[in-house]
Design a protein around this ligand. Structure first.
Ligand code: C5P
Length: 235
């Protein structure tokens, strides 16, 4: 692993003002930030540029899924913006992922392209409902092989509970970026299948995404420090 931060703070805010307020309480040497749908739709690429100007690496979490040409165009735009990580849905298929991969390489090879396999909100019934008669675990492995081994992507977003099996399957190289992290492993909001940061790294995660335990904390900087203390390399 290079000097990239292994902690990624999910900036799940409704507008630019709230995001900037949080960024002011974070240190870009300690953490990267994740900009998802809500904030990106509200505040757009100028906010991403602003966060980068403050020194933050940005994971643009827009989970592209469309025809290969359209996804390639979106990935090119993300790479031009200079983001650190961008992602796609592996269920978009091999051709789509290869087009995305080529597009990122063409513009900015240091941008990492990772894939979402099966959303953690999907269970066996959800998959059956869309015509997939396999367990979520089988589908995760199928899509992981497709994304990493066949399309050559840099890694996956996955549940920390999938990390050890994916690490065994894919080896040490691919990034495994895991949300669903809670200090002390406690639930308390809509995340049901959670792990502590240290358990996620032990299971094989390369990076963790943490939102509310930091963004809703009375002292976000202290919450960051507590989580960093759990990361072996940064302790
Ligand atoms: O606040 P919390 O730590 O639950 O935030 C987790 C972040 O990771 C949110 O931005 C959420 O959308 C994202 N995420 C997730 N589970 C996934 C994929 C993404 O929680 N399977």
């Amino acid at each position: 692993m290079n000097n990239d931060p292994q902690l990624i703070v999910a900036m799940d805010f409704p507008d630019r003002i709230a995001a900037e307020r949080m960024a002011g309480q974070l240190d870009p040497r300690q953490c990267a930030v994740k900009v998802g749908f809500e904030l990106f739709v509200a505040a757009g690429p100028r906010l991403v540029e602003h966060l980068q100007a403050l020194g933050f690496r940005v994971f643009l979490d827009l989970k592209f899924h469309d025809i290969p040409n359209t996804v390639a165009g979106a990935c090119r735009a993300a790479a031009r913006l200079g983001v650190w990580i961008v992602n796609v849905h592996a269920s978009g298929g091999l051709e789509m992922m290869r087009a995305a991969h080529d597009a990122v390489r063409e513009i900015r090879p240091e941008t990492r392209l990772i894939a979402v396999t099966v959303l953690t909100s999907s269970d066996a019934e959800t998959l059956r409902g869309i015509g997939i008669d396999r367990s979520p675990e089988q589908q995760v492995l199928r899509l992981a092989d497709l994304a990493v081994s066949e399309a050559g992507l840099d890694g996956l977003v996955c549940s920390p509970l999938e990390a050890s099996v994916l690490r065994q399957r894919l080896g040490g190289q691919p990034w495994l970026v895991t949300p669903g992290i809670r200090p002390g492993g406690a639930g308390g909001d809509d995340q049901k299948r959670v792990m502590t940061a240290s358990a996620a790294f032990r299971a094989g995660a390369s990076h963790i995404v943490v939102g509310r335990p930091i963004t809703q904390a009375s002292d976000p900087a202290a919450a960051v420090a507590a989580i960093l203390a759990e990361i072996p390399e940064q302790a």
